[in-house]
Design a protein around this ligand. Structure first.
Ligand code: IVH
Length: 701
C-alpha cells in the first residue's frame, strides 16, 4: 500500500478530498461487512482507514459534519447475526418514474395475460414505505422468526429485536393459516426520529441522518434492549410462505392481515384504470409531507392473486407489481475529476468525482457519466458546476453542467483513447447490426491488461459466481499484484502451494492462522459448484446469470456446452443449436463461440477443471412432469399468451425451443399449427393440445 502523505502537509482542499474518498471507502466496507456479510479487507486495514479518517477530522475540524462517519452510532457490533434462508425469496420491485409509464405498466400486464383493452384488470395502489423490509414467520399464530431481507435469499435473524416492536403481535388473532410469513416494512415516524435524535444529543451521542437509517440501525442491534428503547413501527404489505392463502386478492390478503391484528397501511386503494392509479399517486404525493413517516413512491400491484401467479417474475422483480417513484432529488456541486475505470470486458467507464454534496439525505461524491457520447453531448467539463440527481438506491447521475458558472479557462473533456491501466489502444468497435460505433470504448489488451484480469477474478469469486467467502475484491487485488493469483485456477492451488512452502500466506501482514484456515476452507467448499454458477463465473460476454442458467439447463454437462461451443463456427449446426435455446440469440451465441475458440481461455479452463467440478444445476421444479424436457409451442394459444406459456414452462423446469428437432420432447400445438406440427409427426414427437398442456402444468380445470 502507498504510504499516505503526512496530515500536516495537506492543504485544506487535499484533506477534504481525501476525507470524502475515505468516507466512501469506509462506507463500502461497512456495507460489505454488515449488510453483505462479505468483508473484503482485514480488520487491521479497516482500522487503518478509520484512523486516518479520524485524524483528518482532528486536524481539519470543518470536515466533521452530521453526515461524517465519526458521528454515526452503533456501527460496529462485535458479532454478526445468524443467517436465515428465505423459503420464498424476498424480491425487489421494478421502478417507473413518469406518469405515462403507468398506462404502459397496465398494458404490459394485459399483453402478457392476453387480456383485451376492455377486460377488467384491478390494480391496487399503496404508499412505498421508506424503511427496511422484514419477514415475520408465524406458526400456528405464534411469531417464531423475524428476518431482514439481506440479499433477498438470505437475511439476518432479528427475531429478538422484532419481539420488542409493540405494534407486532406475538400471537395473531382470529384464524390465520398454520404457516404464515408476513412481509412488510419496519420504519420510524418523523416524530420518533426527532425525539430519538434529541435523546442521542443529550446523551452526547451523534444524531442519525434520516428515519430510514435510524430504523435500520435500531433493528440491527445486537442488544434487543436497545431496539426496545427505539420506537419502531411496521406495515404489512406482502407475504412469503403461506400454508393456505386466506384470500384470493391482494386487497383480501391485506384485510386478512388486519383481522389477525397486524398493522396495514390505510392508504391502499383498488383501482380499475391507469387514470385512477395516477389519481391515487397524486393523492398520496399530496399527503406525503403530512403522513408522519417517509415514503418514496407508490406501489401498484395486480389485485387478483391468480393473475399474479400467472404473471410471475422476471429476474428479481414481479411482473405483477411496480413502484412509481416520486421525482428524484437533486443538488448542485462541482465536478473535480473524471476517473476512468476499466471493467472485466475492457470497457472504459467514466466516473465523476464530485465535491461531496447531500442529495436526499445521502452524501454523494461519485456519480455516473454513462459513456463518452453522453459527456460530449452534455459538454460536461472538469471544473464545471453540475446538477446531480439521486433516485433510490441507484448510483447518482450527472444531469448536466450549469453553464453560467463555467470557469473561463475550461476545456472540453477529451476521452482517453488509451487504456489508463495497460496503455493498449482503447477503441469503439462498430456494431455489426447498426454500422454505428458502439457506445462503449474498450481496451484492446484483453490478455495483457491487468485491470481486465483482476476484474475477471473479482467476478469469478463474487457472490453469485463462485462465492468464495473471505476472498473479497481488495484481497484479490493484493494477491494479483503480488503474483499469488494470476488466473482463476490459481485460487484453488493456494492451499497446496502453502502446504508445499511455495508461498507463505500465514506470514502476510494482516493474515494469521485463522484467516488463512478460513480462506482455505472457503476455497475447498467450492470444489463443486452448480453448472449455471460455473458458467456465469467464466465472465463470457453477454452471459449473465439468466443466460448462464439457460445454457446450463440446455446442456446439463459442461463438456456438452464446451464441445458444441467449440464447433459453433458461423453458420454451423452447433451455432444454430445455441442460437435456438429459448432466450438466447445471435449475439450471445457468437459471444459463447468466441469465448471457447480462444486458446488462452481453453488453457485456463483445462487448469480450472483440474481443480473444480461443475455439477448439474438444481432443477427449478424437479418434481414437475416436464422438468428437463424441451418443449416447442406452435399455432395460436387461446388460454394464454406465448410469453406466458414460455414463462410457465420455464418455471416448471422445462426448456423452450423455437423450432422442432430430434431433441424436442414435446410439442404443444394450437389451432393453425403448420410445419412444426408436421415435423413433429415426422420425428414421432409427442404432440398435445393447449388444454392438455395446462393440465400437465397443473393449471387445468
Ligand atoms: S411489495 C415482491 N409494497 O420496496 C414484491 N414493497 O423496492 C414485494 N417496499 O423490497 C414488495 N413499501 O422493502 C411492497 N407497499 C410496499 C412497499 C414495498 C416499501 C419496499 C420493500 C421492497 C422494496 C422494493
Amino acid at each position: 500500500m502507498k504510504q499516505p502523505a503526512p496530515i500536516e502537509s495537506l492543504s485544506a482542499a487535499q484533506a477534504r478530498r481525501e476525507h470524502a474518498r475515505l468516507g466512501e471507502e469506509i462506507a463500502t466496507h461497512d456495507r460489505r461487512y454488515y449488510t453483505d456479510d462479505a468483508p473484503s479487507v482485514s480488520d487491521a486495514e479497516y482500522d487503518a482507514l478509520r484512523q486516518r479518517y479520524e485524524a483528518l477530522e482532528a486536524a481539519f475540524p470543518g470536515l466533521t459534519t452530521p453526515e461524517s462517519l465519526t458521528q454515526k452510532v452503533g456501527t460496529a457490533p462485535s458479532e454478526k447475526f445468524a443467517k436465515v434462508r428465505h423459503r420464498v425469496p424476498m424480491l425487489s420491485l421494478g421502478n417507473i418514474f413518469a406518469e405515462e409509464e403507468v398506462a404502459e405498466f397496465a398494458a404490459r400486464v394485459r399483453r402478457f395475460l392476453g387480456l383485451g383493452e376492455n377486460a377488467r384488470l384491478a390494480i391496487t395502489a399503496e404508499p412505498k414505505i421508506d424503511g427496511l423490509s422484514c419477514s415475520l414467520r408465524f406458526e400456528r399464530g405464534a411469531l417464531v422468526q423475524a428476518a431482514t431481507r439481506g440479499d433477498g435469499y438470505e437475511g439476518e435473524d432479528v427475531t429478538a429485536n422484532v419481539r420488542t416492536i409493540g405494534e407486532i403481535p406475538h400471537h395473531l388473532k382470529g384464524h390465520p393459516p398454520d404457516i404464515l410469513e408476513v412481509r412488510g416494512e419496519v420504519y420510524m415516524t418523523h416524530a420518533d426520529f426527532v425525539a430519538l435524535n434529541a435523546r442521542q444529543k443529550d446523551a452526547g451521542k451523534t444524531p442519525f441522518a434520516n428515519p430510514r437509517n435510524s430504523a435500520a440501525g435500531s433493528l440491527r442491534q445486537l442488544d434487543p434492549a436497545i431496539t426496545a428503547s427505539r420506537p419502531l413501527h411496521f406495515f404489512a404489505y406482502a407475504w412469503g410462505e403461506v400454508s393456505a392463502l386466506p384470500a384470493s386478492t391482494q386487497m383480501g390478503m391485506i384485510a386478512a392481515f388486519k383481522s389477525y391484528g397486524l398493522p396495514v397501511n390505510p392508504l391502499m386503494v383498488l383501482c380499475q384504470t391507469a387514470d385512477e392509479l395516477i389519481a391515487q399517486y397524486r393523492a398520496i404525493e399530496q399527503q406525503r409531507a403530512s403522513l408522519g413517516y417517509d415514503i418514496d413512491g407508490v406501489v401498484y400491484k395486480v389485485d387478483d392473486l391468480a393473475l399474479q401467479n400467472r404473471l410471475g417474475f422476471v429476474s428479481r422483480a414481479p411482473r405483477w407489481a411496480t413502484a412509481h417513484k416520486f421525482p428524484a432529488e437533486r443538488a448542485t456541486t462541482v465536478l473535480r475529476a473524471i476517473e476512468i475505470n476499466v471493467g472485466r470486458t475492457g470497457a472504459l467507464t467514466p466516473l465523476a468525482k464530485l465535491d461531496p454534496v447531500t442529495v436526499g439525505g445521502v452524501v454523494v461524491s461519485n456519480a455516473t457519466l454513462h459513456n463518452e457520447d453522453e459527456i460530449i453531448r452534455k459538454d460536461i467539463r472538469i471544473g464545471d458546476a453540475v446538477t446531480v440527481q439521486r433516485a433510490g438506491d441507484v448510483i447518482p447521475q450527472i444531469l448536466g453542467p450549469i453553464l453560467d458558472k463555467r470557469p473561463k479557462d475550461s476545456k472540453p473533456y477529451v476521452f482517453p483513447d488509451k487504456c489508463p491501466v495497460c496503455g493498449s489502444a482503447a477503441v469503439r468497435e462498430i456494431d455489426s447490426k447498426t454500422g454505428e460505433p458502439e457506445a462503449v470504448r474498450r481496451c484492446t489488451g484483453a490478455l495483457i491488461c491487468p485491470a481486465q484480469a483482476v476484474e475477471r477474478l473479482k467476478h469469478f469469486a463474487s457472490r453469485n459466481a463462485f462465492d468464495i467467502e473471505g476472498l473479497g475484491e481488495k484481497l484479490i487485488e493484493q494477491f494479483f499484484n503480488d503474483g499469488l493469483i494470476k488466473t482463476a485456477p490459481d485460487i484453488f492451488t493456494l492451499p497446496e502451494r502453502e502446504r508445499r512452502g511455495m508461498i507463505n500466506l500465514r506470514e502476510r501482514e494482516g493474515f494469521g492462522e485463522l484467516s488463512v484456515n478460513n480462506l482455505f476452507n472457503a476455497v475447498e467448499a467450492r470444489r463443486t459448484l452448480p453448472l449455471n454458477r460455473f458458467i456465469f463465473a467464466l465472465g463470457i460476454r453477454h452471459v449473465g446469470e439468466t443466460n448462464a442458467r439457460r445454457l446450463a439447463r440446455h446442456f446439463e454437462l459442461f463438456e456438452a456446452l464446451r464441445e458444441t461451443a467449440r464447433a459453433a463456427t458461423d453458420g454451423s449446426e452447433a451455432r444454430a443449436e445455441i442460437n435456438n435455446i429459448e432466450g438466447i440469440g445471435e449475439v450471445v451465441a457468437e459471444a459463447v463461440a468466441d469465448f471457447f475458440v480462444e486458446n488462452h481461455n481453453e488453457e485456463v479452463l483445462d487448469a480450472l477443471l483440474q481443480q473444480v467440478t461443475p455439477v448439474p444445476m438444481e432443477a427449478v421444479t424437479s418434481s414437475s412432469p416436464v422438468a428437463g424436457k424441451t418443449i416447442v409451442f406452435t399455432g395460436s394459444l387461446e388460454r394464454m399468451t406465448r410469453d406466458e406459456a414460455k414463462a410457465m414452462a420455464e418455471r416448471l423446469g422445462a426448456k423452450v425451443a423455437a423450432s422442432v428437432s430430434k431433441k424436442t420432447d414435446l410439442v404443444v400445438a394450437g389451432p393453425g399449427a403448420g410445419s412444426k406440427l408436421a415435423k413433429a409427426a415426422e420425428l414421432g414427437i409427442e404432440t398435445i393440445s393447449e388444454e392438455d398442456w395446462l393440465k400437465l402444468a397443473g393449471q387445468g380445470d
